[in-house]
Design a protein around this ligand. Sequence first.
Ligand code: FE
Length: 335
Amino acid sequence: MKNLHHLFAALVLSLLSLGATQTFAEELIIYSARNEQLIKPLIDVYTRETGTKISFITDKAGPLLQRLKSEGKNTRADLLITVDAGNLWHAAREGVLQPVESQILQSNIPVHLRDPGNQWFGLSLRARTIVYSTERVEPAELSTYEELGAPQWQDRLLLRTSKKVYNQSLVAMLIAEHGEAGAEVIVRSWVDNLATKPFSNDTKVMEAILAGQGDVGIVNTYYFGRLLKKNPDLQLALFWPNQKSTGVHVNISGAGVTRYAKHPEAAIKFLEWLSSEEAQNLFADVNMEYPVNQNVTTHPEVAAWGGFKASKQNLEIAGQLQNAAIRLMDRADYR
Ligand code: FE
């Protein structure tokens, strides 16, 4: 009887541990265009809470997409994390993502910040807005993106290169609002007002304003935040344009489950968690961005830049009109 008891106990134990390995052996592999410093803190919290083992590879958006395409069915990646709806749209179009039906994602993420086909989801929000010299510009002089082409800004405007997806998305949204001909008139007027040739990144645009090379520019909010952190007396401020019309152009960082994910359920669970109230601040605050989940408050340092009306156009447009935007900027001599 005693032996039988032991045998039974051993059986229960082995069944339990079998169950345990099945429950906790969740694994997840991520390809991320966001750098380690931005995603590692989140992954650590998630692993601690759920026991899910997460590995990741970081690279630029282009090479990661190429890699997913060439690996095809053999990819080990379950999730692609990248920035800009233009990049996410491309990934979906290249067939490396799969649609995800999730009530949680649909209720946590506003409809204009995710793919209508459910292949990608925005996880943090950044605004691409006007930055100006507080020494040489009064905010009352500013109004819209379109007005940056007005004569008063002649030789005073600074822009980042048109090669960057951020500006391609911005111009794609202008095309959606004004039509291609209308958007071309606007972009040409910007080019005419340039104080100097476009810069390779947003930070250089702001540094050039500080150096007096120009007075206004267009940048993503978190780059302004980074500079402000380094120098609290920064002689720059953000301006929220188009408040009486379309709203400020916003974009996202986001993610999608890969088409050939080996752990799709784990990937969806992680995505859902990233959109949750618990994770949204971790995801947004680390890069001084805005949460996409409307129940989550913006970090005070970011909120201090002021509230604004954001464009509600579906970001899918950034992908659909990206090629048209690239061609338009080329015609307008925006390099
Ligand atoms: Fe960026």
